[in-house]
Design a protein around this ligand. Structure first.
Ligand code: GCB
Length: 908
């Protein structure tokens, strides 16, 4: 590929200069130029891995790129984790004669080797930080001569590189952009850690005395000693110069030199805070002895001071501030981790719009654009390296961890939004040697010793921020091993009311931790509940994965976090749903704890946060997937085709008035920022309007059009129903990918419809609240519909008017051997075995004496965890009822879903 330098974006990964430059231009601008080298890479996979057939054809791809976008979503367990290569071409230009050409790779997961013209010149390990490699001497430096650059990348398991395991997908690829930096012989550079070479330490005290200590490295690649002037200028956001300092340096040939410049007596600077994230800029330049510019970098400067207090929480600029926000994973639906920057930044815009002031960048460093957005939006951040669940007790593992920690700190150092460096997450979740207690104690000691070293390293790299380790709820283990003593701040990932226990246990757990560690500042680094946006529950219970339960859960947690002064803050897990290939549950491969969906649509939990956190008036009528609401009739209402709906409304107002089709339904007061309004609705479309009042004054409104589907109770009297969709063996409603709502089933009542006999399927070997199985149902995306089941039913009866109908029956065998491991995070289930014996069942389906289907055996016909679908046209005559009988021949009959369509009603 010929690099066409039509447009050169100088990002310098810190500064942000925009200018155009043509490849054929004779002169190159002074200073550094950054050329986007992300297009037209020839990509191919190199070896077979797991059971995927590879050695694929060469594809042309642009960066960011990931090779796991599709295979993480298929029904085959695992995804390609192996070797690949990306190849591109650089045509040398004479105008580059005096330049150094540095390849800057934003991120390649997780091991990369750079080969230029057949020679390997650098390897980098670790998938979440950037690296630079000066390739000048490896290029054939003749006009228009082709140079080949190959980047070999593998995301294979490597026991020496973190993360070893985790509840997220290790997408392979060069998933951030690659740039060619065209630099002068003398330039800012970091010899080892991929940073720009500048570390800006801006300090301000309570009396508003501010200083900036600038620490930097310059590389002189020339063969002679060079006299230079280094100059740094602080400008305000309008570009007005506040202060400039400069110094002369004499740079040794072929060497790096360190320099320090201090800007003192910066009087009364404007402070940086979430409310007013005021940014200054520090522009640092190198000039040669004749005054020509050699290099220039821009860095944001935010003046702020902060502290964590074990009793009183977090303080910013002398004022208490509860840190509230979310953790973020970096993937996006249909893209893996290869997400354009503009889209990533939207996450931060959404976090800010939620009222959040804190981002936990979890569990690894993310695109610098994310931290840049935190700086400019006023979101405080913690960043960490991916030491998750476990370690390898090897010097290689430790050394890579140190390298990653240093890369993270140096590459992200200049972001004023960062207040915390983290380095371990739930590191005792997967303790090695479970059967050998003595050896396990040694393993714990290895972890503690690694933590001590990382702690020392972090403090020596940056004494201006706090250090943090995030632990899971096993307090005693972290406490007794001494891990809680090491960092300056301890993070806790707490899930009572989700994986086990009750929501109310959360507050008690916090009290307990605080009592045991009274001197240690505490942050709730994770809490969350699965919220599959397609599932709705009128009586939410733990682990039902309904959005309604998640709303209750977050409400309970927010109350505790906001009320307890010793809690510095909380980060909801997670800002958005994210991919975790090994997870199954209701939405296979997705962790649905997001406040936003995987493609970043708001769930009702997000609106709850807005109601809690926004300072301006806020009211929002809850939403439902696909915009259709489900209303259930009761016997008395059958004629009108109407029923009651529990409508959630989120608001920080004193009171809210609700209007339905222009008619007031009265005024209510939100409790804990929400209300669930029982609204009587008929089939069809309705306009609802919520009007919020503060101190008696109307302040804001929200309006919405509700499209209501009414579930008929009396199929004869209710003339307008067209289709009855039933989610058998389930209490929850499910909205399928076509936007159709499947209602919970009910036992048969005279004059209505329902099952006769039968019980809801429950997973065996589990103590958890369970609704059906948590195993992926293969060949369908509608898992929640088929994961539940009615077992041992005798018949399903509908009292119907005479006419023509179509009935569809869906069966899925939910027991049988499966590949699934217990979810590691579900601590209650550890040690319990998955993979039950198949149940042998055969049954006939009949209507009266007529056999609809004989010897139904889902296991032999389609196999376990797959859907068997049967459809029958039917005529109902005579006694006006349709009874579908399930006659057991072996085992118990079962039914997962049923759909009845009305085709034509006979005239009486
Ligand atoms: C945790 C982990 C996080 C998981 C989360 C969950 O404690 O730190 O990586 O994704 O729980 O959803 O179970």
């Amino acid at each position: 590929m010929n690099i066409i330098f039509k447009q050169v974006i100088s990002l310098c990964y810190i500064g942000c200069l925009f200018f155009s430059w043509n490849l054929h231009a004779q002169t190159i601008l002074d200073g550094r130029v950054s050329v986007d080298f992300s297009s037209n890479w020839k990509f191919r996979k190199d070896e077979a891995s797991i059971d995927h057939v590879v050695k694929q054809k060469v594809q042309t791809v642009d960066l960011p790129h990931s090779w796991n976008v599709d295979d993480v979503m298929d029904d085959t367990p695992g995804y390609f984790r192996g070797a690949t290569q990306y190849q591109n071409t650089i045509y040398w230009k004479t105008s580059w004669k005096n330049k150094r050409i540095v390849l800057h790779v934003g991120a390649a997961n997780q091991e990369a080797a750079i080969i230029v013209n057949g020679k390997e010149i650098k390897a980098h390990r670790g998938g979440y930080t950037a690296f630079n490699i000066d390739i000048t001497n490896n290029l054939v430096r003749k006009e228009n001569v082709k140079n080949t650059v190959v980047i070999q990348v593998t995301n294979r398991y490597n026991q020496d590189i973190a993360p070893l395991s985790g509840d997220f997908t290790f997408f392979g690829g060069i998933y951030r952009k690659v740039f060619l930096l065209l630099l002068d012989q003398i330039h800012f550079a970091d010899p080892m850690y991929g940073s720009s070479g500048l570390r800006v330490n801006a300090k301000v005290d309570a009396q508003a005395n501010a200083t900036i200590n600038l620490d930097g490295d310059i590389q002189n690649t020339s063969a002679s000693r060079q006299a230079v002037v280094i100059e740094t200028t602080l400008v305000d956001s309008d570009g007005v110069t506040i202060k400039t300092v400069r110094k002369k340096e004499s740079l040794k040939p072929h060497a790096y030199s360190n320099f320090r410049l201090d800007l003192t007596d910066i009087v009364q600077p404007r402070l940086w805070s979430p409310d007013l994230p005021y940014l200054y800029h520090l522009i640092t330049r190198i000039y040669d002895s004749k005054g020509s510019l050699l290099d220039r970098l821009d860095n944001p400067v935010g003046f702020r001071w902060f502290s964590f207090d074990a009793e009183k929480g977090f303080f910013l600029n002398g004022k208490a501030l509860k840190l509230i926000g979310a953790s973020r994973h970096q993937d996006f639906q249909g893209m893996g981790n290869a997400v354009p920057e503009e889209l990533q930044i939207q996450d931060l815009v959404k976090l800010k719009a939620m009222g959040g002031n804190f981002l936990r960048v979890a569990h690894y460093p993310q695109d610098p654009a994310i931290l840049k957005a935190c700086d400019s939006l006023g979101i405080l951040a913690s960043v960490e390296i991916p030491l998750v669940n476990e370690i390898t007790e090897s010097p290689a593992f430790a050394n890579h961890s140190f390298q990653m920690q240093k890369e993270m700190i140096r590459q992200y150092f200049n972001h004023p939004s960062i207040v915390i460096w983290g380095y371990m997450n739930e590191i005792f979740l997967r303790p090695h040697f479970p059967k050998d207690k003595d050896r396990q104690e040694k393993y714990f000691k290895s972890v503690v010793s690694l933590a001590q070293k990382l702690e020392a390293l972090t403090r020596s790299e940056d004494s201006s921020r706090y250090t943090m380790i995030a632990n899971h709820g096993n307090f005693d283990l972290y406490h007794r091993t001494g891990l809680t003593k090491i960092p300056m701040l301890v993070g806790w990932n707490l899930y009572p009311g989700w994986y086990g226990g009750k929501i109310a246990d959360f507050g008690k757990q916090l009290e307990h931790i605080h009592q045991q560690l009274p001197d240690k500042p505490l942050l709730v680094t994770e809490y969350g509940a699965d919220a599959d946006y397609r599932i709705q529950a009128s009586k939410p219970i733990r682990f039902d994965k309904s959005v309604e339960y998640a709303v209750m859960y977050h409400q309970g947690y927010l109350n505790e976090i906001l009320q307890k002064p010793f809690v510095s803050g909380g980060a909801a897990w997670n800002l958005s749903d994210f991919n975790s290939e090994t997870r199954e549950e209701s939405m296979p491969h997705i962790n649905t704890k997001g406040l936003l969906t995987w493609d970043r649509k708001a769930k009702n939990t997000y609106f709850l946060y807005q109601a809690y956190l926004k300072t301006e008036p806020f009211v929002k009528i809850g939403i439902t997937h696909g915009g259709k609401w489900g209303v259930r009739t009761d016997p008395g209402r059958a004629l009108t085709g109407s029923g009651w709906l529990q409508l959630p409304i989120f608001s920080n107002a004193d009171s809210v008035e609700l209007l339905l089709d222009g008619v007031s339904l009265g005024v209510n007061k939100p409790v804990d920022k929400m209300m669930v309004w029982a609204v009587n609705l008929s089939r069809g479309s309705h306009r609802v309007k919520a009007v919020a009042f503060y101190e008696g004054k109307l302040s804001c409104v929200d309006e919405s059009v509700m499209d209501c589907e009414v579930l008929p109770y009396d199929l004869k009297k209710d003339k307008d129903w067209k289709e009855l969709r039933i989610n058998a063996g389930d209490n929850r409603e499910y909205i399928d990918s076509m936007g159709n709502r499947w209602f919970p089933d009910q036992p048969y009542e005279t004059g209505s419809w329902g099952y006769i006999k039968g019980e809801k399927y429950r997973m065996k070997n589990t103590g958890r609240e369970n609704l059906g199985t948590d195993v992926n149902i293969r060949g369908t995306g509608e898992d929640p519909l088929f994961q539940t089941q009615l077992q041992g039913l005798e018949s399903y009866r509908f009292d119907l008017p005479n006419g023509d109908y179509e009935i569809e029956l869906f069966f899925a065998e939910l027991d049988g051997p499966n590949h699934k491991e217990n979810l590691l995070y579900d601590l209650e289930q550890q040690g319990k075995k998955k993979g039950q014996q198949s149940i042998d069942r055969i049954f006939d389906i009949r209507i009266g004496e007529q056999i609809l289907a004989a010897d139904v055996n889902a296991l032999s016909e389609v196999g376990a965890f797959k859907v068997l679908h049967r459809k029958f046209p039917l005529q109902v005559q005579g006694d006006s009822n349709l009874t579908i009988s399930f006659i057991a021949k072996k085992g118990e009959p079962m039914l997962n879903a049923i759909r009845l369509k009305k085709l034509q009603i006979n005239k009486p």
